[in-house]
Each structure stands twice: as C-alpha cells, then as structure tokens.
Design a protein around this ligand. Sequence first.
Ligand SMILES: Nc1ncnc2c1ncn2[C@@H]1O[C@H](COP(=O)(O)OP(=O)(O)OP(=O)(O)O)[C@@H](O)[C@H]1O
Length: 584
Amino acid sequence: MFFNQTKRLKVKDIMSKDFIVFDSDISLRRCVEHIALNNLKEVIVRHHEKLTGYIKFDDIIKISLSQSFPEKKLFDIRANKPFYLNVEDTVLMAKDIMRENQVDRVFILDDEKLVGVLRTQDIVYKLYPKIQANEDLYELLWDNVHEGICIIDNKGTVCIWGRGSEKLYGIKKSEIIGKKLEEFFPTALLLDVLKSKEPVENIIHSPRKNTYVNISALPLIKNGKLIGVVSTERDVSEITNLSRELEFTKEKLDYLQVEVRKMNEDKFSFGNIVGKSKIMTHTIDRAYQVASTTSSVLISGESGTGKEVFARAIHQSSGREGAFVAINCSAIPESLFESEMFGYESGAFTGALSKGKIGKIEIANGGTLFLDEIGDMPLHMQAKLLRVLQERQLMRVGGDKSISLDVRVISATHRNLEDMVKAGTFREDLYYRLNVVNIKLPSLSDRIEDVPLFVKLFIEEFCRENHMKVPDISPEILNMLMNYSWPGNIRELKNMVEHLVVFSKNNEIQIDTLPEYINNKDDKTINIKNEKSLTDLIRKTEIKAIHDAMKECGNNKQQAAKLLDIPRSTLYYKIKFYDLNQYL
Ligand SMILES: Nc1ncnc2c1ncn2[C@@H]1O[C@H](COP(=O)(O)OP(=O)(O)OP(=O)(O)O)[C@@H](O)[C@H]1O
C-alpha cells in the first residue's frame, strides 16, 4: 500500500507472533529455560485446554530469585488477566483498550485461536515508522502541489509551510515553522479566519508589487473544536496582469473606436461622395434611401467606380453600431476562406493556426459585412454563407457553440452575376438573397461632367497629404481629361492627378506631362466604339462644345451662345442641365 492510512491499520499488520503457551502444571525451572532460550517476553498459561492468563517475563524472574523456586509450578503464580482482540480489529482499538485497562499488551485471536500478541513496543517500533512515512508523504504532497499551503494551529503558530508558499513569499520553512504567523503577516487572512471561524474563498490579494494570489482559508474543526486554519494560495499574477492589460487595451480600443467612427463619419458620409451629374445624384439618393434599412445591397459597376466608397457611406449613415468589415473575395486563397470568414476555435488546427481566431463575419456582428468581388467566392463557400445568412447563426470551425448574428450584408461585383447564375457558377438562391436592392454605379465616362470635380478633389487631397501648395490647372488640360474615356474609372483618374501634381512646375500643372493617349490635340474625333448610346454621344459632344465655347469667349455666356449658334436661354438651360457652372 503506497499510502498507509494509520487510522485503518489492523492489529494483524503489526502484531508479534513470538509467543508461547504452557500448561499450568509445567515447572517454573523449565519455564525459565524456555524463556531464556527463546528470548520471550511472557508466557501464556493454559489450564485444561483453556487460556487462563499470562505471566510477564519480569514477574517470572522475580519469583525465580526466591528460595522455593525449584519446586514451584506455573499455576503457583498469579497470572494477569488477558485482553483479546480479533485479527481484523484496528491498532487504534488496541491502543484504546491498553490505555483504558492500563495493560501493555493484548492478545490476538483468529477464529478463537491465539495467533499473536500486540505489545506497546510493537506500536512504538512498527506504527511510528508508518506514521513517519505518512508525514513524509504529506510533506511531499504539499511541497509538490502548485498552490502554496499554510496551516496554523489555534494559537496562530505556523505548523505547515509548503514549498509553493516559500516561492510565493520568499520565506523558507525553516524561518517560519514554529513561529507566530502574525510576526510575518500581521494582516493575514488566516488570522481573520482563526477569529471568525468562517471559511473565506477565492479572495484576490497582492502580497507584493505585481504579484497577485487567489487565496482560500478554511477553519479546521475537530470534535466541534477549532484546531487550526489551513489556507491554499494560487499565483494568479500572470492572469491578473494580463486581464488588467486587457482592460486598459479595451478602454483604449473603445476610445479609438469612437475616434475612428468620428473620422469615418466625416470621411465616408454621403456628403463626401463626389458627383453632381444627374446619374450620380440619382444613385446617391437611392443609396441614401436604402442605408437606414437592413436590406442586403448589391453594388455593381466597373472596377474603380467607387463601389467600396458607396458601401462605406451606406454603413456610415445606417446608424449601425458595429464595425464595417470588408472582405475581398478575390484575394483569399480558397483553402483559407472558411477559417477567414467563420474563424476557428483553438485546437481546430495545428501549427501556426493552433491558437484560434475570430472570423470576419463575427467581427462584423452588429455592423456591416462588405463582400467585395462576391463573384469570386468559391461555390462551396457560397453555400455556407447562404446558410449563415438564412439562419442568422454562426459556428466557428472546430466549435460547438452557435453565435447569433445581426449583420447587414453589402456585396459588390464588377461581374454580371445573372450570367454567372445562368452558367451555374453562382448560386441563384444566394444571388437573390444578396441582390435585394441593386445599385449600379456608372462608369466615369458616363458622368464625364464629374471629372473636373474629382480633379479638384484629388489635387487638394494629394497636396494636403504631401504638404504642397495647390497648383493651377488650365481649362485646356481639364478639357483633355474630360475627353478621355477613363477605362480604369475614378481610380485611374486619381492616379493620373497624382502624376500631374508631382510633375507640376511653377505651381502649375504642365500640359506636356499628360500622357500621349490623353494629350492628343489633333484627335477631335470621337471613337464611336467607346460610346454606349447616341444620347451619350450627344451629351458628351454638347458638354465639350459648351466648354470649348465658354473658354474661347472668356466665360462670356452671351458670346458663347452666339458662337454655338443657339439662343442664350438654351445655353443657360444646358449649363444648368449638365451642372456645368462650377467648371466654367
Ligand atoms: N464618389 C467618389 N468620391 C470620392 N472618391 C471616390 C469616389 N468614388 C471612388 N472614389 C475613389 O476612387 C478609388 C476607387 O474607389 P473604390 O475602391 O470604391 O472602387 P471600387 O469600385 O470598389 O473598385 P474595385 O472594384 O476595383 O474594388 C478610391 O480611391 C476612392 O476613394
């Protein structure tokens, strides 16, 4: 048995078997010979097959010194009354019987047959080592548990001081055991429990700077009396320091979130979407109207037409508290799609991904999920996304808990999703779920009258960021920029403006810095192939003609109308219709 429970130790475990039984008519001489030869401690007397008592070795020796000794027999000596126990009885019972009856041995029976003797020496020599072994085991135990263990007696003296406590407080056992705890810790929790006799659990306290312990202390009550107090302490410094750091970080994050929201309110509001053309004003109105609802929105349009700008503006004016989270579906490798979108629990993957991560959809909870390039989402992911949107529940990869979702979805694409649905590369059910409201963004060539606005905005933006003075741009250059078809849309125009500002001279944008394909003075023809309809062609030609005429006439509308051979009122009407005043 590894762990000896001395309380349950049985007499058979430590009894002696070196006993001898003599018939009462044996001579004392023979008896003494036997005792001497076998080093016996007593003889047990039998009379007519019945055990009648025992005579201690010392008593026999005393009698052997008397004169009449050689003739005496065993029955002439008064035997001691024996006390019996069963082999299965405990040593504790034997100890109690011996104490109560003032005897130093008991006799052990098994099925009424004498099998051994348990003497005081047996208890001292055989039980004590077992108690010692147990003590060693206990010491091993409280030295090896992670917690610090301290036990004080009912006088407040330290009896046990585990190695965990040595480490926690830097006080050695040899310094503290046997001393009053109060000398070391005047306000120790154990001393309170000693007074109150009430247990205290899971109190966090800091015994020294940056060290935190979780302490529990229990009164030790035996037979209704307080015999001491035990405390266990766990070092929670790392967790406590981390959670304090987390609190600070959270506070900082909350502050930054408010700041970012304010910045976004300014930057991404509908008010900052550039566009005075009729088509843009109409599109902005539509988007503004849908913003306050929770409807899914699908924004379509060529690359660089401002789909993300619109998505952000819709989120910003929706009043949704959560974050705007953008996912570019064309930029995520297929194998990482699921974990990126849904997140994963720690242990779901091995290696670098073993720690667990929150997914993009979960981050967008309470806010807006912007699925850019939705047409590039793999089919199996489309199915998973659809399920999440329908059930409004999400489960992380490797997780078993569902997370409720309140996410507004805005998706964007430059592809024709209807064609993709027909070709079977985009799920029809997902298409209808995403396309509740459709917003189509025009290409820049369809709102050429917005070009000067963008040019002005981008020049100012770039100069502000680069601490430059805003250069002038001639109407001639503006005109050329308006004549170009901008296949890369606003993004291309923005890059072009940056290029022009960088190479400006004497605080003026230079015509010769325009690339050849834009600075083509001789080409007055319009490439029919580039145009979408006759109305479009007429619109562009009219805008360009008004621009040229106004420039020619130094912005004098009367002369310009004459030059164009149209009534002044028609010119006024057209300037207003195309919203050209600001560019002239
Ligand atoms: N109406 C606008 N007002 C101001 N800037 C705009 C506007 N529309 C687009 N931009 C700018 O043009 C660039 C392209 O816009 P955005 O990224 O929103 O286009 P997109 O259609 O989402 O492009 P892609 O399809 O390639 O992702 C960005 O720098 C954006 O700031």
